[in-house]
Write a protein that binds this ligand. Structure first.
Ligand code: F6P
Length: 367
């Protein structure tokens, strides 16, 4: 148990789900604000919900969060396979599931937490909502490179991932032009096309395929051939990992049985490349950007957003305003009830102005 010094109240914090640029910047902002402005102690659980269930934590002091603003990853560690309500354990070669939510609540109570700041994406917020129903005082902070969390216009980490993908697309263009090829960049984003749409527009992609607009390979081929007829002997195609053909399914790379969402997407780029080569005879290569999009130094815009989110989270905790997730609406920082966002996805509306803008500059969406 963490003994509160001089009876100072203790704020807990954890990072859960896939890592993402800016996690450390949020940890720093929450911790500094809690320590300096509100006289709270801060307890950081290790590896997300794993630490909460197993009661593994560290005390965070000012020095621990100094110099981490620009560092990728999370100093606390994270996990996207430990759900307190569906905790997977292997027993004689078989996976069995346990409900360890009472252990999570017990750690919270044993450490006499004033509240717990939970930094994560939609799955993490769904679990946070359930913990709140059990009486834990929770504040959520929306994280994910996918930008697919309901209730906020922006999740932190997204801008940086878009930049990483756009820079990769710029590099692929060199090879596309030199070799007169179709170069496909497969980007992450899970069931939402935000990352593909934004990086595709930023990288000047000729074709952008997103889950929200099922694609027709014939239409994609037509767009590529039309470019060839105009003397453009190369093309750039950006595809979201969750893109699917008309009447078809997303391509699943693997399943992680222990994970709250066991589906791991991947492989749609190769499927499209085979179609383009076989049907249309165009020389095509695929680059899967994968976890490169999750690492690295957060952009300045993400550092600013993380700092605003973290400070707001500590403020809400100090004011006793729990059961909320901090959020961005326009440029305003707000908070929304966890119940309204828990487990809900934000997908790209097919009439989104950025899709219209991309179409206006000649981008094909495969429809
Ligand atoms: O949610 C973030 C994300 O990177 C998704 O874009 C991707 O589908 C998934 O996580 C990959 O998960 P993992 O790290 O378990 O492979």
């Amino acid at each position: 148990m963490l003994m509160a010094r001089n009876k100072r109240k203790v704020l807990g914090i954890l990072t859960s789900g896939g890592d993402c640029p800016g996690l450390n910047a949020v940890i720093r902002a929450v911790t500094k604000t809690a320590l300096n402005d509100y006289g709270l102690d801060v307890l950081g659980y290790k590896d997300g919900y794993h630490g909460l269930v197993t009661d593994k934590f560290v005390r965070l002091r000012g020095d621990d969060v100094s110099g981490i603003l620009s560092r990728g990853g999370t100093i606390l560690g994270t996990s996207n396979t430990h759900d307190p309500y569906r905790w997977a354990e292997t027993n004689r070669g078989k996976i069995v599931y346990h409900d360890h939510s009472r252990k999570a609540a017990a750690s919270y109570r044993r450490n006499k937490l004033l509240g717990l700041v939970i930094i994560g994406g939609d799955g993490t917020m769904a679990t946070a909502g359930k913990l709140a129903d059990m009486g834990l005082d929770i504040i959520g902070v929306p994280k994910t490179i996918d930008n697919d969390l309901a209730g906020t216009d922006r999740t932190f980490g997204f801008d940086t991932a878009v930049q990483t993908a756009a820079e990769a697309i710029d590099k692929l263009r060199d090879t596309a032009q030199s070799h007169h090829r179709v170069m496909i960049a497969e980007v992450m984003g899970r069931y939402a096309g935000w990352l593909a749409l934004n990086s595709g527009v930023a990288g000047g992609a000729d074709v952008i395929l997103i889950p929200e607009i099922p694609y027709d390979l014939a239409k994609v081929g037509e767009a590529l051939k039309a470019r060839s007829r105009r003397g453009k002997r190369f093309s750039i195609l950006v595809v979201a990992e969750g893109a699917k053909p008309l009447g078809g399914q997303m391509v699943v790379a693997r399943t992680e049985a222990a994970s709250p969402d066991p589906v791991r997407l991947g492989g749609v780029g190769q499927a499209i490349a085979r179609g383009i080569e076989n049907i249309h005879g165009l020389d095509t290569r695929v680059t899967v950007l994968g976890h490169l999009q999750r690492g690295g130094t957060p952009l300045a815009s993400d550092r600013v957003l993380c700092t605003r989110f973290g400070v707001k989270a500590a403020e809400l905790a100090a004011a006793g305003l729990f059961g909320q997730m901090v959020a961005l609406r326009g440029n305003d920082l707000v908070s929304v009830p966890l119940k309204q966002v828990a487990g809900k996805l934000s997908l790209v509306p097919t009439d989104h102005p950025l899709i219209a803008a991309a179409r206006a500059v000649g981008t094909c969406f495969g429809d």
